[in-house]
Every structure is written in structure tokens, then in C-alpha cells.
Design a protein around this ligand. Structure first.
Ligand code: ATP
Ligand code: MG
Length: 200
């Protein structure tokens, strides 16, 4: 095949691809608040959730964050986003295996959930990040049916991002967009410490 033929074939293929994409874009007409789930065992769930909050804030949307596990754990996004008007509720008991006090953990989880429910009823909140909430459901610190009910009844244009490993299939079923992050490799496995600005 001559170079000219190759060029012309490539152009034709690209045109066909563009036509297909344009058709799909034109067919997507609905506007709605989305439920996004970022799950799986690989690194990148919370950073993606915070990235979405940053994107939303960049467009002037009103965003809130509820962090379900971390507390004793610093997080770089919090300082930046709070300076930009994003309110955080941090569960604040640290990791379960650090506190080793189930009753305290349950109370803290339920307080965080109670606050999350008020957000899920407030149409002035455009985007909510429920970071690491999946663990609270797995441990049964908060009730799955209540979570499903609150997510389903939320204001129609409100977006919610859920992060955490092993997301319950019932939440995956009602979600609009679900991504599973798969670990291919992680620096920690080679004995490298969590790095500021990358891991927290
Ligand atoms: P990140 O906050 O970096 O996006 P994540 O939310 O996907 O990570 P978590 O399970 O919440 O993952 O864990 C947070 C911390 O654990 C981060 O410091 C992250 O680098 C680390 N981590 C995530 N996945 C792995 C893994 N597969 N092996 C070892 N450490 C991990
Ligand atoms: Mg995380």
C-alpha cells in the first residue's frame, strides 16, 4: 500500500469512528444526578473521588465530603478543598484496627451517616463524596437498606460519589457509573513507605 493510500484509509476510519461517537453523543439526551461508585483493590479510588469534587468545584458547584474511615490520617485534598468552600465531615476514629473499640466506631459511623442523610435530602448540595462508606456497610455499622433508600430518594439532580473496596452489589445495581480499580502493582509491596502528596 502506498503512503497516500494508507493516509486515505486512516482518514476514512477516523471519519467513521467520529460519526459513531457523534451519534452516541447526540443520542444521550438525559440530564440527571449520577451515582458513581469507585471500588476494587487497586490504588486510585479516593483520589478519583476527590478529583471529581475538584472538577465540580471548578464549575462552581456546591460540594460536600464525608470521610468514613480516616481521621487520624491526614489528607492533602482536605486543606485545599476546605479553602475552596467544601465542607468536610470526618468520622474521626482512625482505623478500626487502631481504635479496637467497636462501640465507639459504630457511634462515629452512625453520626457520619446521619449527617450524610441530611446532605442526601438537601437539593442545594450538588455533589457529595462518601469516601470509604463501603466498609461501614460491610461491617454492618450502617444499614444497607437505609443507604439504598436515602440514595434512591435523593434530589434528582444531586450527584453522589461512593468509594471503597468491595462495594455491595445492591449499590452497584442502583449506580449509574461503576469503576473497579484493579491492582497491577503497588510500591508498598516493595517496602516503599506511603508518600506525602501521592498516598495521602
Ligand atoms: P488513594 O487514596 O490513593 O486513591 P484508594 O482510595 O484507592 O487510594 P484505599 O484502600 O482507600 O485506596 O487506601 C488508601 C491508602 O492505601 C493509600 O495510601 C494507597 O496508596 C494505599 N493503597 C491502596 N491500594 C493499595 C494496594 N493495593 N496495596 C497497598 N497499598 C494500597
Ligand atoms: Mg480510599
Amino acid at each position: 500500500m502506498s503512503q497516500e493510500e494508507d493516509k486515505s484509509r486512516h482518514k476514512k476510519r477516523m471519519q467513521q469512528q467520529k460519526a459513531k461517537v457523534d451519534e452516541r453523543i447526540a443520542a444521550a439526551q438525559q440530564d440527571k444526578g449520577l451515582l458513581l461508585v469507585l471500588t476494587g483493590n487497586g490504588k486510585g479510588k479516593s483520589t478519583s473521588g476527590f478529583g471529581t469534587i475538584t472538577r465540580a468545584v471548578g464549575h462552581g458547584l456546591h460540594a460536600k465530603v464525608v470521610q468514613y474511615v480516616k481521621g487520624g490520617w491526614e489528607c492533602g485534598e482536605r486543606d485545599l478543598l476546605e479553602k475552596n468552600g467544601v465542607e468536610f465531615h470526618v468520622m474521626g476514629t482512625g482505623f478500626t484496627w487502631e481504635t479496637q473499640d467497636k462501640e465507639t466506631d459504630i457511634k462515629a459511623a452512625q453520626a457520619a451517616w446521619s449527617y450524610s442523610k441530611t446532605l442526601l435530602q438537601d437539593p442545594s448540595v450538588d455533589v457529595i463524596l462518601l469516601d470509604e462508606i463501603t466498609y461501614m456497610i460491610t461491617y454492618k455499622y450502617i444499614d444497607l437498606d437505609e443507604v439504598i433508600a436515602a440514595l434512591t430518594a435523593r434530589p434528582k439532580d444531586q450527584h453522589v460519589v461512593i468509594t471503597g473496596r468491595a462495594c455491595h452489589r445492591a449499590i452497584i445495581e442502583i449506580a449509574d457509573t461503576v469503576s473497579e480499580v484493579r491492582p497491577v502493582k503497588h510500591a508498598f509491596d516493595k517496602g516503599i513507605k506511603a508518600q506525602k502528596g501521592i498516598d495521602w
